[in-house]
Design a protein. Sequence first.
Length: 197
Amino acid sequence: MAQATETKAATAVADPAPLGLIGFATTTLIAGAFYGFTGAAPAAFIGLAFFFGGGAQLLAGMWEFKNGNTFGGVAFTSYGAFWLAVWYSLTNSAITADFLKSSNNGWFLLGWTIVTGIYLIGTFRLNYGLVAVFGLLFLTFLLLCIGQFNGAAPGTGLTAVAGYVAIATAVAAYYNALAGILRSVGADLLPVFPVNK
């Protein structure tokens, strides 16, 4: 008697990285403008932090896990959670003032500096496009952290420098997102420079 074998067709899932990178880049760009120039109030990115920076990245992270990409899954899910935490902290009136105090925000940013440093190490096995994104992001968090512990308000001191670095981070993330989108339509025009393993 022949045994029937059941085969399950794998459901194709598109590369979610461009979505995650665009959500990350856009939210980081607006936050960078706030910290660098003080021209954009936090209200300008509260909704963006929830829906695009938080929600879209969280979804991209889950899809990366489905694709078997642990790095992408963990990173996108983490930064999605980061932006959701920022959204919650800025919209919950009971904690907003406390969250925005320099020393408290400094501790929050120190934790994310460490997390980003861990991810930066992981990118050294992937590609230099991501090394640029995570290297700049690590520097952004580090400068923000030091600036907050020293009481530097947005637009002043190291906090302002961090804002400019955040904008550069967003540009690097946009580049990587565009490279992924172009690859998906058969136009591999923007190199991300894979690391030789």
